[in-house]
Design a binder for this molecule. Structure first.
Ligand code: DON
Length: 584
């Protein structure tokens, strides 16, 4: 396919039929925001390299690195450090990340775990409140108890050591420059500041993000964060150890222990002993493709593969012609996947997760037989995959809160990065330290430690990593060529967004931007969720007639994806956020 046709195809994806509703929405969003001047270019095509991420300034930083011959991992470092500044609501140095990396030279996928860890002193009843009930939101999420040892910087450094080419020190330069010269408040950051009720209580946030009367600074206001620049200068000069040992770690620990809402128990030893992990990727087939993602402690890779594996064993759907059938089967497959996820998946250093059993063809076939064409399961039970422990675990109870970021990068040699990073809740723990926000990732542990005498796999334990839903994913075709790089924020619903975009791109034949823009739906083994304000709302009555307990909800994905089209790359950014794509 020629380059012009690639661009034309990408353009048609956003601005063409048959999805008129989405075409109008997608085209309209390409206009610059008048206040911030941000003109997200949500679709891009390139023959050599591509980056798609949640903020145009981060995309530009990645693009410049790729242009001067950096690898996808070099660009990933630059992109993440800029996002930590311009998208503070989502992720940053105070949080964690998962990286799925593809090395074109040795055709190898590697996955890196930079998930937060619980302090050594953490115990299973950490989030148990009065009368044995789960603790309330403020006492858990907004107190020092929720802060885990951040893993983002350590995992960036590890993956960069293995896959980087450019000097680590130079990769922080774009973020340092922006932090010192300033950047404009984006519409999304402003909207979240308007919505948030707690951040202004943090003294740094009050000065940085709010005006003298306590109102969020308007869209377009220039923000400068010299504290973040100073932190990055230390990290650029001395590497991640500047963060995990020394003055930054002392300040971080002091902020957690002296937390105004309730002191936490993090120690400098917890930070000094943090280890990012090189984990085995979780890969499996979907039709003629091979899909690779992040294994435990993320549930994302397994659940995405289970949904795809179940769909492959059901009648193939076409969303454009039979949306009811497409939504029904997808939601049912998701119910079964989430039932297993809640029962079996947790930190593999603590729990024997039956990964092979959960993805075994015989097991998937057995589970697919539970799905009927004409009625919903409503609530699926977890299965008994081969290799599941005899002492069965009980299902956990976790929160579901909005933030997180995902970006996708491919470099001129064909190396790729899918990276999803998080501080968990929007603005994380709502405390700034040295220019970045702390995470509340420990509230991704189950709030109940046992049920009916059986332990919950994802209960809190000393130095354990909380289970995640983050699903950075790579897809390869039958010839082993990388064809799709995808991921999203969205809490538990991340799994839906990623699986749905893969199905839309590969099964329904939608061009990438259309696949990203299309309405979301699914079920986390409770209600059947349909994305509010989209055409799938119209399926409500017919789904209810099949027994689906329907809920119309906002489903704010932030999919940033790249697809191979012929010999070129198309990048797409989600219209639900501020993101962009850029390549050449
Ligand atoms: O690791 C996880 O699954 C969550 N901490 C992610 C949170 C999230 O994506 C919120 N999203 N919008």
């Amino acid at each position: 396919m020629t380059f012009v046709r690639v661009i034309a195809r990408a353009g048609r994806a956003a601005c063409g039929l048959p999805f008129l509703f989405w075409a109008v929405a997608a085209c309209a969003q390409l206009a610059p925001d008048p206040a911030s001047g941000i003109a997200p270019k949500r679709i891009a095509a390139g023959q050599r390299f591509m980056v798609a991420a949640a903020h145009p300034l981060a995309v530009d930083a990645g693009y410049e690195v790729l242009k001067r011959g950096g690898t996808a991992m070099d660009a990933a470092v630059a992109v993440q450090l800029v996002l930590g500044l311009v998208e503070p609501q989502s992720a940053g140095l105070g949080g964690g990340a998962f990286i799925v990396h593809y090395s074109a030279a040795d055709k190898r996928v590697r996955t890196y775990d930079g998930r937060e860890t619980a302090p050594a002193s953490a115990r299973p009843d950490r989030f148990t409140g009065a009368f044995g009930r789960p603790m309330g939101f403020i006492d858990s999420v907004l107190s020092g108890k929720s802060v885990g040892v951040p893993g983002a910087l350590a995992v960036l450094e590890l993956a960069h050591r293995n896959h980087g080419r450019l000097e680590w020190a130079g990769l922080a330069a774009p973020a340092i420059e922006l932090a010192e010269k300033g950047f404009a408040i984006s519409p999304r950051l402003h909207a979240l500041l308007e919505w948030d009720k707690w951040l202004a209580r943090d003294p740094f946030a009050a000065r940085y993000l709010y005006d003298a009367s306590g109102r969020p600074k308007p869209v377009g206001t220039t923000l400068r964060n010299p504290e973040y620049a100073a932190t990055l200068r230390e990290v650029a000069a001395d590497g991640a150890q500047a963060f995990y040992r020394g003055a930054i770690s002392t300040d971080l620990v002091a902020a957690v222990r002296n937390h105004p809402v309730g002191g936490g128990d993090l120690t400098v030893e917890d930070l000094a002993s943090y280890q990012p992990k090189d984990r085995a990727p979780v890969c499996g087939p979907f039709r003629e493709y091979r899909v690779c993602g992040m294994g435990p402690p993320s549930s994302g890779g397994i659940a995405v593969l289970q949904i795809l594996g179940l769909l492959e064993r059901l009648p193939k759907t076409d969303f454009a012609r039979e949306p009811l059938q497409a939504v029904h089967y997808f939601a049912e497959a998701a119910r079964l996947a989430y039932a297993d996820r809640d029962r079996y998946v947790a930190d593999p250093d603590f729990v024997d997760v039956p990964i092979a059993g959960l993805l075994a063809p015989t097991y998937l076939a057995e589970r697919a037989r539970l799905i009927a064409a004409d009625r919903s399961l409503v609530r699926a039970q977890p299965g008994r995959p081969p290799g599941a422990q005899r002492t069965a675990f009980a299902d956990g109870v976790t929160l579901d809160l909005p933030s997180t970021t995902h970006f996708s990068i491919v470099d001129a040699e064909g190396n790729a990065v899918a990276l999803t990073a998080s501080i968990e809740f929007v603005f994380g723990n709502h405390r700034f330290v040295r220019g970045f926000l702390l995470n509340n990732e420990l509230t991704d542990f189950s709030f109940v430690a046992e049920e009916g005498g059986r332990p919950v796999a994802n209960r809190v334990e000393s130095r354990k990593r909380p289970r995640s839903s983050m699903s950075p994913t790579l897809v390869f075709d039958a010839d082993g060529r990388l064809v799709l790089i995808v991921g999203s924020p969205g809490g538990h619903a991340i799994i839906h967004y990623v699986a749905r975009v893969i199905v839309a791109a590969l099964d329904w034949g939608m061009p990438l931007q259309q696949a990203v823009d299309a309405p979301h739906f699914g079920s986390r083994n409770g209600p059947t969720d349909l994305e509010a304000g989209t055409p799938v709302e119209g399926l409500r009555r017919r789904l209810e007639a099949l027994g689906h307990p329907v809920r119309i909800v906002e489903l704010a994905s932030g999919v940033h994806a790249i697809q191979r089209v012929g010999d070129a790359w198309v990048g797409a950014a989600d219209p639900r956020r501020d993101g962009a794509a850029r390549g050449e």
